[in-house]
Design a protein around this ligand. Sequence first.
Ligand code: AMP
Length: 385
Amino acid sequence: MSAATHVLVLNSGSSSVKYQLIDMADGSRPAAGMVERIGEPPFPDHTTALNAVADELAAAGLGFDSPRLAAIGHRVVHGGTRFTAPTVITDEVLETIRGLVPLAPLHNPANITGIEITRKLRPDLPQVAVFDTAFHSTLPEYAARYAIDWETAERYSIRRYGFHGTSHQYVSRRTAELLRKSPESVNVIVLHLGNGASASAVAGGVCVDTSMGLTPLEGLVMGTRSGDLDPAIPAHLHRVGGLSVDEIDDLLNRRSGMLGLCGDNDMREVTRRVAAGDTRAALAFDVYTHRLRKYVGGYAAVLGRVDAVVFTAGVGENSAEVRAAATAGLEGFGIELDPALNAVRSAEPRIVSTADSRVAVAVVPTDEELEIARQTFAVIPRGGE
Ligand code: AMP
C-alpha cells in the first residue's frame, strides 16, 4: 500500500467551500474545486456543500475514505492570542475556536462548521487548524497595542491580530528564495492585494507589523472595505446620519473601498475605465495607490533596511498599473521599478526592479493552500516514518 501523503485543504467560508488535495510526496494536486452560493439551492447549508465536495473527491477515486489521505488542513480565520501555530484539532481546541467567534463573527462560524462536518466523516483522521492570524503573533507589543484605555482593551481582547498570515508567510519565504538568500537574512515588505488587501513588514522571517487589525477592515483600501479612516467617523455616521451599528458595519465592509469610491471593485474594470479617461475611476485608483505608498514608506521606517517589496494576490500579481503607481516616486527609498519587466505577464515568481535598484521589487504568486498543506503535514503524528 502506498503511503498516506495526501493533505486535503479546506477553506470553508460563509458562502463557499474551496478545497484542494495536495500530495506532499511530489507537490502534485490530484483534485481541486469550489462549491459556491451556499445558502441557495442546491446547497442550502454547509453540510450539503461538504457532501458535494466528498462526492467530487469520491468520483475522482480520492474520497474521504482514501487510504492515501493523511490529514485535513482547515483554514481558520481568527486564532486570537491563543493560537500562534498550526494546531491539531481536538474537542478542546474546537471549543476554544468557538470561543473566538465574537472576534470574527463573519468568518469563524463557517470554519467551525467545516471542521465539525469533516470530523464526523473521518473521526479517525488528524485534522489541523491553520490560522490566518498566526504569522502575525510575533508582532512586538508596541505594534499590536492600540492606544486606548488599557482595561477596555483587555476586557474585549482589542489588539492588532492581522490576517492573510498564511499568505504573508509563504510569500515572504518564497521571496527570500527568489533573492537566493535565507529567510533569516532578508527584510521584506509584502503587499497582499486581492479582494481583501493587507501589507506586512517581515524582518528576517518574523512579522513585525501588519496593516489589518482587530478585524480585516483596517489598513489598505480594498475592493469593498474602506481600510484606515478617522475612528470618529462611525460615531459621526451614527449621531449625525442616524445609521445603525449594523448599517455602519455593512457600509465600511461591503460598500466602501474601490466599490464605494467609483462603483467598481474589480481592479481590471477600474484600470480599463482609467485608460478610457474616467476621472472618478482615476481618483479611486489614486486613493488606492497613495495608501499603498504610505504603507511602503511606513514599513521601510519600521524595518530600517528593506531588501524587497513584493506584490501578491489577484491585483498584486496581475496589475502592472498598480505596481507602477504604488512604487512611483520611491527612488529615494532605493526602489526603482523596471517598466519593461513590470509589464511582462507571468505566473512565475519574478523580479521587476532595475538591476541597480537597491531594493528588489518582486511579484510572487501566493499559494495559501500549499502553505496550509505543508503546515498541516508538519504537525500531524505519522506512524512508521
Ligand atoms: P484575490 O482575492 O486574490 O482572488 O483577488 C481578486 C481580485 O484580483 C479581483 O477582484 C480583481 O480586482 C483582481 N484581479 C484579478 N485579475 C486581475 C488582472 N488581470 N488585473 C487587475 N486586477 C486583477
